[in-house]
Design a protein around this ligand. Structure first.
Ligand SMILES: Nc1ncnc2c1ncn2[C@@H]1O[C@H](COP(=O)(O)OP(=O)(O)OP(=O)(O)O)[C@@H](O)[C@H]1O
Ligand SMILES: [Mg+2]
Length: 275
């Protein structure tokens, strides 16, 4: 089984795209460093804002014929070929492939509501090419909209980025409930909540440290906590430079934190598949 990590939270600006891009490239890097036979990772951007697409490809002009929009609007029989044709290589590395988002996804989402089988228009073609990839990482938009459901339906491992603030963590249970409801309602038994990633931790802020302590000691959330990413300006500068945080500043604290998180995720892959 190929692991498909879905970064999701209906809260905006919590680090979904930053995490999706750096996790995807991080997994590919670690696999390459350990001479794995397959180091290819596919990053799928389901957010019409296209931030993950922009930073990894340097482009935000994908549209009708060369993006995820093309895949979900293709005839069922053509969708797998369309998917293959729309995937591009990231500027970051040849082993990181990207299925780009398009602003057209915004309208497509409204148009497709109610169309039978609409939520499966990504998972069906994706299942046909999964064996090409060591892992897939999906970025989602800040809402549980149709596009997010499409992403989660493909997924095996939902990862929830959350900022270390009281109200953010209060909302965590509702995000988990929503993912569980999608698993039950849409019958995708492989999907589970595999981790919570705390992002933008500022150790100087007492409330942040308190929140981390509460999360760690929580009987359920504590077990899910799989990464703590510090607030670090290297992340913002890396975005501006269209680079991963590892490439922009390999010595930054965010780079080290993402590398540690990626190591944990790669252990999941290796344990199951021996990639
Ligand atoms: N660890 C970090 N340190 C500092 N800034 C960060 C960090 N992680 C993310 N950011 C900044 O926070 C902002 C939001 O990050 P990002 O776009 O990854 O969040 P998002 O959840 O994908 O947002 P949206 O909900 O709009 O899709 C960006 O400006 C990004 O540069
Ligand atoms: Mg985003």
């Amino acid at each position: 089984m190929t692991h498909i990590f879905v970064l999701t939270n209906h809260k905006g600006g919590v680090g979904k795209s930053t995490s999706a891009t750096n996790i995807a490239f991080g997994i590919s890097r670690v696999l390459a460093q350990s001479n794995s036979r397959n180091c290819r990772v596919l990053l799928i951007d389901t957010d019409s804002q296209g931030h993950a697409t922009l930073v990894t490809t340097g482009r935000n002009d994908f549209g009708r014929d060369d993006s995820l929009y093309s895949v979900i609007t293709a005839d069922k029989k053509d969708a797998p070929t369309t998917l293959v044709n729309c995937i591009v290589q990231s500027e970051w590395d040849e082993n990181l492939h990207v299925l780009p988002a398009s602003p057209l996804l915004e309208a497509a989402e409204r148009e497709m509501i109610g169309i039978p089988g609409a939520p499966y228009r990504l998972t069906d073609p994706l299942s046909r090419i999964l064996n090409r990839y060591a892992a897939v990482v999906i970025d989602t938009r800040p809402s549980f909209s149709l596009m997010t459901e499409m992403g989660l339906l493909c997924g095996t491992d939902a990862l929830i980025p959350v900022e270390p603030r009281y109200l953010e963590t209060v909302g965590l249970q509702s995000v988990i409930d929503k993912i569980n409801a999608i698993r039950e309602g849409w019958r995708c038994p492989n999907l589970k909540v595999s981790g919570v990633i705390v992002t933008k931790l500022d150790k100087r802020v007492r409330g942040h440290l308190d929140t981390i302590e509460k999360l760690k000691s929580h009987p359920y959330f504590g077990k899910l906590l799989c990464g703590i990413i510090p607030a670090n300006e290297a992340v913002a500068y890396a975005h501006t430079a269209h680079l991963s945080v590892y490439q922009y500043d390999p010595n930054s604290i965010a780079s080290a934190a993402y590398a540690m998180l990626v190591k944990r995720l790669v252990r999941l892959l290796v344990a199951q598949e021996g990639v």
